[in-house]
Design a protein around this ligand. Sequence first.
Ligand code: HEC
Ligand code: HEC
Length: 212
Amino acid sequence: MKRMTTLLCAAQVCLVTMASAAPLSITLPAETAVFKPNALPGYPLAQQKCSTCHSADYINFQPPGMSLGQWTGEASKMQHVYGAPISDQDVSVIGAYLAVTYGSARASDSDVQAASTPSASQTPAAPVAKADAMALLQSNSCLSCHAIDHKVVGPAYHDVAAKYANDPQALAKVTSSIQQGGTGKWGNIPMPSFTQLSPDDLQTLATFVLRQ
Ligand code: HEC
Ligand code: HEC
């Protein structure tokens, strides 16, 4: 037992001492370059799928307090704009992890739990509509212009729901707003039309928005 190796780690630095060699100092990547661990299923997924093109620094350097919708929108942008090889399900699970770990969401929020377990939508008892709506919001890039609780390019869905709260025609009007797009109801910025969506999909989206 002549050679002994000890690995002493403090903060980011490990000190490796060998019996007959000078201490060697190894610097590990800074804390911001790795994903913060927790028990959410999106943690291993983010490590695996979000570190291939850039480090976790990109996540750490986003403004604090981003919502579930915003973080999911970020992951969705990676998928749609930058071609990250991730599924819609990955986007949802990773979005939930990021929103809890770096944003304003809590692991106990029901929308976080729904987004973290998309396979739950396959069991009959689960709230299918919500998962469908999230998938539609993601696949149509709605979340690049909208968030649930604050204005992005378009109004917060929460504000849309509030505006139509006492309108008996709410569902029909909002369904038509999404289908036709347009401008003038919330400002001068136009919303694109989504005429390619099926009536079912439009109704799922409108119902979701009006519940926020
Ligand atoms: C296919 C490559 C690729 C993958 C995989 C990827 N990204 Fe990105 N990401 C990019 C590019 C390109 C940029 C923009 C780089 C720049 O502006 O310098 C970017 C930028 C970002 C930013 C900075 C803000 C912004 O919108 O520009 C965040 C946050 C981010 N990525 C998060 C993620 C997350 C979360 C994942 C995993 C779901 C991920 N990325 C996976 C390519 C990728
Ligand atoms: C390019 C940005 C953009 C995208 C993408 C987008 N929206 Fe919008 N959205 C807007 C803007 C801007 C407004 C405000 C329009 C106005 O003032 O009339 C708006 C308004 C709305 C409204 C309010 C309509 C009303 O009657 O008051 C709803 C609901 C809505 N969007 C849902 C969606 C859904 C669902 C999607 C995806 C299928 C989507 N948006 C995609 C920008 C966008």
